[in-house]
Ligand binder design. Structure first.
Ligand SMILES: [Zn+2]
Length: 155
């Protein structure tokens, strides 16, 4: 049986030419739109630098508006899950979506310690990128050097 390889890609926040060049780079022959509601323009893409949610000690600030605190907690949980998944060489881990009324589990992943953590909700389509997560309290790879983390991942 011939094997087929599947990739995932998000388009939000990418320029069309960037999207196409990524498809060409992997020699993608077909695309399937797996959003449950592709017409849902209310899906949101969150591009977050986690340091913007933290004080200079890397903690949540004492004074922080509630929505920002809620988002910060959500994002730091994603960092924990994604870095743990990275160490175990698992691509996806699920946790509950943050969107009000959405009870789906989101997918989180991290391909490379030098890249952003990505997440996606297959139900509401909310998705995001988290940058600057390395070395935060929620980064489970932070006590290891990149090399050791890579070795741990390979077992
Ligand atoms: Zn959702």
């Amino acid at each position: 049986m011939p094997t087929r390889q599947f990739y995932t890609i998000g388009y939000d926040g990418r320029k069309p030419e960037e999207f196409l060049s990524l498809l060409k780079a992997k020699d993608i022959k077909a695309i399937v739109d797996v959003r449950l509601r592709p017409d849902n323009e209310r899906q949101r893409c969150y591009v977050a630098n986690i340091r913007h949610f933290l004080d200079k000690n890397g903690d949540f600030p004492n004074i922080m508006p509630n929505p920002a605190r809620k988002m910060a907690i959500f994002l730091t949980r994603i960092i924990s899950s994604a870095t743990e998944a990275f160490l175990k060489d698992r691509v996806l881990v699920s946790m509950q979506c943050n969107r009000k009324g959405c009870h789906e589990e989101i997918l989180v992943w991290l391909d490379d310690l030098n890249k952003d953590i990505e997440w996606f909700c297959p139900e509401c389509g909310d998705n995001g990128f988290i940058s600057n997560w390395r070395g935060t309290k929620w980064d489970k790879t932070s006590r290891l050097s990149s090399v050791v983390a890579e070795l741990a991942r390979r077992g």
